[in-house]
Design a protein around this ligand. Structure first.
Ligand SMILES: [Zn+2]
Length: 162
């Protein structure tokens, strides 16, 4: 983890699941549950000092909710740039794809030889670097889909070049 803004942690409400995945892709610790009661969401945010990401104007009016970003856009890409602007986060491109998109766990490097039987031969032959999620065992590599995601994040403008 190379950047102090990664110290910030988040919890996304049910309405911004795609935004949560984009945040994980940037390397931010972002909890997300498909179904969670407001009271549980608030409890977790207080207990773990997580900023709530939400589109729910009623939720943010609650007395206990102090650390939040209210998201207005309904498009995930626009939500991400909105969040970057409102929170002043400065993601580091070195942290791209450092966290499991499905379960939020920090990924670990895995020697290529250990996953030979778990990816398509073409993928194995054309990539050198693989990562694995120690919790859900999912394997990641920078194939075309991931490359396209990285390009998209650059286009959105989340990585500052200075
Ligand atoms: Zn995982």
């Amino acid at each position: 983890m190379s950047n102090s803004s990664l110290q910030k942690k988040f919890i996304a409400d049910e309405m911004v699941g795609k935004l949560a995945r984009l945040m994980r892709m940037l390397g931010f610790d972002t909890l997300y549950f498909r179904q969670i009661e407001d009271s549980d969401l608030i409890d977790l945010s207080l207990k773990e000092k997580r900023t709530i990401l939400t589109r729910d104007t009623k939720l943010v009016e609650k007395v206990m909710v102090k650390d939040f970003v209210l998201i207005e856009s309904d498009d995930p890409d626009k939500q991400l740039s909105e969040l970057m602007k409102k929170s002043g986060l400065t993601p580091d491109e070195n942290d791209f794809l450092s966290r499991c998109l499905d379960c939020n766990t920090v990924l670990e490097d895995i020697p290529k030889g250990k996953i030979e039987n778990r990816v398509w031969p073409y993928t194995y032959e054309t990539h050198e670097l693989f990562k694995i999620c120690p919790r859900c065992d999912k394997i990641y590599w920078e194939g075309n889909h991931v490359k396209a995601m990285r390009e998209k994040l650059r286009k959105i403008g989340v990585y500052r070049s200075d």
